[in-house]
Design a protein around this ligand. Structure first.
Ligand code: UT7
Length: 331
């Protein structure tokens, strides 16, 4: 590979909307219990947007924080990539709305649809723009507003999701920087696409009274099958990047996995044989925020002083597509 430059994470930010809904609130809305949700998923609270908030609003808040953390100005941004499956509109992209909100210059801006792997996919694309020398600073955001795509008559899915956004400034590393993205590996297997899908609202099944009545504009998921595929594919992608770089799991300071289910995160940790103290978990506070879950967990861990400059972080995700990926970074 002809790599002129290396890419690093220069700063992170996150935003969760103000309204918090906990498991006891959900008990009043659907046939569920705090006990079921906690033991099956590890979730307790989730944040939901206000009526006048959409994905670009959440994304813009997180972007400002990432810029500030990276000590960069809006005019430094050369590229904006948003990972999301719950964009403001089918078009224009949320990235273009964020660009307008920030008042950023006329840089390239686009969305990536990779489900819960959206942030890692977007980061990998940004990394390649930086490594080939075409951009110096990329704003990468994972944002979801899944509360707008929830079927409140399906208790198997409606308790699982929350809204939020996380952002990272991915920048060209200086020769004196120790931080850099070491390696990435992304995959997809479209044959499993129907296991996690919003069936209507696209060109296959446009909106009609019937599609709305039948909740076809909401999340449809075969949870059990997804669970097994999630552990297997995240493990495989982690192993690929570790082996390719001759790294032992003991060299990893922190594992940040997509926060879909505590039992998935624990199974993955056990399979990788990583010390549980090195696994970052915040699912109890945000539930599953899809593409936002990794950058939210990353930002929280950095601001809490857990992840420090020089630490090696392994991030891995799994989501609709089915997509999956892993990213190995020295922070
Ligand atoms: O982020 C994208 C990727 N998504 C995922 O990775 C999600 C992966 N899947 C999962 O996390 C789990 O499969 C779920 C949390 C979705 C479901 O947990 P489970 O242990 O696989 O439960 P289940 O679907 O097998 O259902 C077990 C029982 C059923 O009752 P019966 O048939 O045994 O009587 C369900 O009806 O739990 C029942 N149930 C609930 N009960 C109370 C399902 N949802 C609920 C609920 N409250 N909310």
């Amino acid at each position: 590979m002809n790599m002129q430059y290396t890419a690093k994470i220069a700063g992170t930010g996150m935003y969760a909307p103000k309204r918090i809904v906990n498991n006891f609130d959900l008990e009043k809305m659907v046939d569920t219990s705090d006990e079921w949700i906690r033991t099956r998923t590890g979730m307790f609270e989730r944040h939901f947007v206000a009526d006048d908030e959409a994905a670009s609003d959440l994304a813009t808040h997180a972007a400002h924080k990432a810029l500030e953390a990276a000590k960069l100005r809006v005019r430094d941004i050369d590229l904006i990539i948003v990972g999301s499956v719950t964009s403001d509109h089918a078009f224009p992209s949320t990235a273009c709305i964020v660009q307008k909100n920030l008042g950023a210059k006329s840089c390239m801006a686009f969305d990536v649809s990779a489900g819960c792997s959206g942030f890692l996919y977007a980061s990998d694309i940004a990394r390649q723009f930086i490594e080939n020398g075409s951009v110096e600073h990329a704003l990468v955001i994972g944002v979801e507003v899944l509360s707008r795509f929830t079927n409140w008559e399906d208790r198997g899915t409606c308790v699982l999701f929350g809204d939020g956004s996380g952002a990272a400034m991915i920048s060209r590393a200086k020769s004196t920087d120790i931080g850099r993205i070491i390696d990435t590996h992304m995959e997809a297997d479209g044959t499993y696409g129907n296991l996690l899908i919003q069936p209507a609202g696209g060109s296959r099944l446009p909106a009609t009274d019937e599609t709305v009545r039948e909740h076809k504009h909401t999340v449809h998921m075969e949870g059990n099958r997804i669970f097994k595929l999630a552990v297997k594919s995240m493990y495989n992608q982690c192993e690929t990047v570790l082996k390719r770089n001759n790294w032992d799991v003991k060299s990893i300071d922190w594992l940040i996995s997509h926060q879909a289910n505590l039992r998935i995160i624990e199974s993955l940790g056990n399979k990788l044989k990583i010390d549980p103290k090195k696994v970052i978990i915040n699912i109890e506070k945000y539930a599953n925020t899809s593409a936002a879950s990794i950058p939210i967990a990353l930002d929280e861990a950095v601001r809490a002083g857990k992840i420090r400059r020089g630490d090696v972080v392994l991030m891995t995700a799994f989501g609709a597509g089915l997509t999956s990926g892993a990213m190995l970074i020295r922070f």
